[in-house]
Design a protein around this ligand. Structure first.
Ligand code: C2E
Ligand code: MG
Ligand code: MG
Length: 250
């Protein structure tokens, strides 16, 4: 059915706002998240079908399609909001695709977007699966001028030694470190340490899964650079993003 979904154009991309916590809280960009608009079941989240797409290899064409969509959208958004960026997730299976750098270069060229507006998110585990290959891939992306992000930071098995040698721009801290903020003092200490670790590595630190004002207040205190989560917005369809950008403030 997933294979047919691709052919029948049932896939969609939703975009979740990411906000900056440095200075005034404001919109900094959007993360592209794939969705399946199933004719009977309705809208299905990525968490329910991305692992299937990975094991079948379908994530390679799907991922390329998402990249193209995200690049087209960000070019459009930047007409009204020049600073805005877009983040796209890449799975281990995509990192192992030797054609990816060339396909990425073509997608960027076709969209007319500045490569620096594109952030590519990879998990620690995708990097550790084959560090040498990942290192080469990420170096190729860096050459193209795109920005690199480690997603779900703190949950994987990467060594600091390998991370420090990657050309990283940003780390995104997994929601499990955010959820206890305000309830459990250990969590604040741990999150603060992760922020300092990120800053020592010279990268921007974003907290994911922010759902409450209490969590946000702690993140500000701990010096976290940015945040994403239901507190600000759920992932939005194209029209929702345009409405948000058109709304002016933030
Ligand atoms: P991720 O990249 O870590 O994305 C964040 C996930 O958390 C998204 O789930 C998002 O909808 C959800 N989320 C955002 N804010 C909150 C919050 O405040 N609370 C809670 N409980 N959840 C929140 P989603 O869209 O189901 O995606 C799941 C994972 O699937 C993503 O995790 C990413 O690893 C993968 N994925 C999504 N789209 C793509 C894609 O186009 N390509 C690839 N390769 N992977 C994708
Ligand atoms: Mg992500
Ligand atoms: Mg994540």
């Amino acid at each position: 059915a997933l294979r047919q979904a691709v052919e029948r154009s049932e896939l969609r991309v939703h975009y979740q706002p990411q906000v900056s916590l440095n200075g005034d809280t404001g919109l900094s960009g959007f993360e592209a998240l794939v969705r399946w608009e199933h004719p009977e079941r309705g809208l299905i989240d990525a968490s329910e079908f991305v692992s299937l797409a990975e094991s079948t290899g379908l994530i390679v064409p799907i991922g390329l399609w998402v990249l193209g969509q995200a690049l087209r959208q960000v070019s459009r958004w930047r007409e009204t909001r020049p600073g805005v960026t877009v983040s796209v997730n890449l799975s281990a299976r995509q990192l192992a695709d030797p054609a990816l750098p060339a396909n990425l270069a073509t997608a960027i060229r076709d969209s007319g977007a500045d490569p620096g507006v594109l952030y590519l998110e990879v998990t620690e585990d995708a990097v550790e699966k084959d560090p040498e290959l990942a290192g080469r891939m990420l170096a190729a992306f860096d050459q193209l001028g795109v920005k690199l992000v480690v997603d779900d930071f703190g949950t994987g098995h990467s060594s600091l030694q390998s991370l420090r040698h990657l050309p990283l721009e940003e780390i995104k801290i997994h929601p499990s470190f955010v959820s206890g903020l305000g309830a459990n003092p250990d969590d604040a200490a741990l999150l603060g340490a992760l922020v300092e670790l990120g800053h020592a590595l010279g990268v921007t630190v974003i907290a994911e899964g922010v759902e409450t004002d209490t969590q946000l207040a702690h993140l500000r205190d701990l010096g976290c650079d940015g945040a994403q989560g239901y507190l600000f917005s759920r992932p939005l369809p194209e029209e929702g993003v345009l409405a948000l950008l058109g709304a002016g403030s933030n």
